[in-house]
Ligand binder design. Structure first.
Ligand code: FE2
Length: 502
């Protein structure tokens, strides 16, 4: 990529002027004390209270079973944590400074360590005692823009290890390097001078050779940015895909030969003086686009029109033939979670009903006929946080892990762990009840076993105000956890995590 082209295209990211108050949406900030009053009536919102601590350490208490001997490693998670800055409270679940939660498994003992991701924004804001900057869903006329994409970076979505770098990921700006032992933030990852500070997505995909692909999206200019990074952390290539309207791309897929970007008709405008999410508009009458790119030639693009839907997360994609791709994902009717639920859980006004349906779905794209088949499985009900086994990466995978919730409304959150077998079309499920709310659970391959896996995940017991960590045997999830441990802290609900073998 030509350096001058990059600079020209992205110079406008560096300045974000504000508009008069009359043109602003949602121009207020929440209040911590108001949320605490609501929490007394709806204690199951505890996971959205947040923490005021910058760093926490504790040992977990194993209350049943034991840690499998082959689990010697670290389970890292990331998520928005400092929801309240002094008396102020962010309006949206995705706004707050990120915190890394680290669970270390050593000789059957589990240690916990949490630490704020020290981006420039997070440090400045956390120490100031007030919300200072506009965020994904929070805006007020006197809040600062941060001056650049990284000036707003809260690094609060995901954490991965690649090429010896532990990376805290956001999607609007740089990944941040974290010291895996101390959790100290070392600074933004700079892949190259040309790409420094550009949007780098939160869900990179690892290829069979260990290289990493990623996508970033920019509203102004309206573009998608592709990255390919070698197994040893060197930027191999980048490519810009100009867009007429920018879709919000949270996740994407790769197959052995292709990159697959699903672009729902939730598109950004250049409107200024609003929160980021308020720049986007759901165009319900327009199609979702599947943008399929040849890995060997990033200029070779096929676009297929699909029925309109919204998606956060994909499972795994694979080539069926040179012109057919299979994949699975969680389909949403629309992005109402982003624009309604993720606000109302933060101010406590959520009424116990999901604004949009979300269902497990399997899909096939045909590049020759430019058609798609999407098969939605309704039996799980509301679903999210889909994961697949890394040994089946880019292959026609057999199993998929996801969370779902029981159909009775009243308590917001996931309470079922599902392992769905795509071959036999059977689902193994364990229901933790309503006292615990599940965070994303992940698949950890068993040592020396190509197919077996452990499932690891955290839950919040909102009745006791503690966080539980559970391990399941992936082949017997319906039997419940083979190990359960308690942490005497009510950790804020996070987003994504990964396990690193030590
Ligand atoms: Fe995500």
């Amino acid at each position: 990529m030509d350096r001058r082209l990059f600079i020209k295209m992205f110079a406008s990211l560096l300045t974000i002027p504000s508009l008069p108050k009359t043109l602003q949406a949602r121009s207020f900030i929440g209040h911590q004390e108001e949320f605490r009053r609501v929490l007394a009536e709806k204690p199951w919102l505890l996971g959205y209270l947040g923490t005021n601590a910058f760093e926490m350490k504790a040992d977990l208490r194993i209350v049943s079973g034991r840690v499998p001997r082959d689990l010697r490693g670290v389970f890292f998670r990331n998520g928005p944590a400092l929801h309240n800055i002094g008396p102020d409270r962010f309006l949206h679940w995705f706004d707050a400074p990120g915190m890394i939660q680290k669970f270390t498994f050593t000789d059957g003992v589990i240690h916990y360590h949490g630490r704020l991701v020290e981006t420039a924004r997070n440090l400045t804001e956390a120490k100031s005692g007030n919300i200072l900057f506009s965020a994904f869903g929070t805006h007020r006329h006197d809040l600062r823009s941060g001056g650049s994409a990284d000036g707003q970076n809260v690094a609060n979505i995901n954490i991965i290890k690649h090429a010896n770098d532990l990376l805290a990921l956001w999607e609007g700006g740089s990944a941040y390097i974290i010291d895996e032992h101390t959790l100290k933030t070392e600074g933004p990852k700079m892949w190259s001078p040309e790409t420094t500070g550009l949007p780098f997505g939160a869900h990179p995909r690892i290829d069979q050779d260990g290289s990493m692909w990623n996508v970033g999206y920019s509203v102004n200019p309206a573009t998608l940015i592709l990255y390919h990074i070698s197994a040893d952390g060197k930027l191999l290539k980048t490519h810009i895909l100009p867009q007429i309207f920018t879709p919000m791309i949270h996740d994407f897929m790769i197959t052995s030969s292709k990159i697959v970007i699903i672009a729902p008709p939730y598109v950004g405008s250049h409107s200024m003086g609003t929160s980021f999410v308020d720049k986007f508009e759901w165009k319900a009458a327009q199609p979702t686009h599947a943008i399929v790119i040849e890995k060997d030639d990033l200029t070779a693009v096929t676009v297929i029109e699909l029925e309109p839907f919204w998606v956060f997360h994909f499972g795994n994609a694979y080539d069926i033939s040179s012109t057919e791709i299979g994949f699975d994902f969680v389909i949403h009717d629309n992005p109402d979670f982003l624009t309604k639920d993720a606000f109302s859980i933060m101010d406590g006004s959520w009424d116990g009903q999901d604004s949009a349906e979300s269902r497990y779905a399997q899909a096939k794209l045909n590049l020759a006929s430019k058609t798609a088949l999407i098969d939605t499985l309704d039996e799980f009900g509301q679903a999210e946080f889909i994961r697949t086994h890394e040994h089946e990466n880019l292959k026609q995978h057999r199993q998929v892990l996801m969370l779902s919730r029981s159909p009775e409304p009243g308590v917001y959150g996931f309470n079922r762990v599902n392992v769905f077998d795509r071959q036999s079309e059977t689902n193994a499920v364990f229901d933790v009840g309503i006292n615990e709310l599940l965070e994303e659970h992940i698949i950890v391959p068993k040592h020396g076993d190509d197919h077996g896996f452990w499932i690891i995940g955290t839950t919040l017991d909102w009745t006791q105000g503690i966080t539980n960590l559970s391990i399941y045997d992936g082949a017997h999830v319906m039997d419940g956890p083979i190990m359960k441990a308690e942490l005497d802290l009510a950790l804020p609900f996070g987003l994504h995590g990964n396990y690193i073998t030590m």
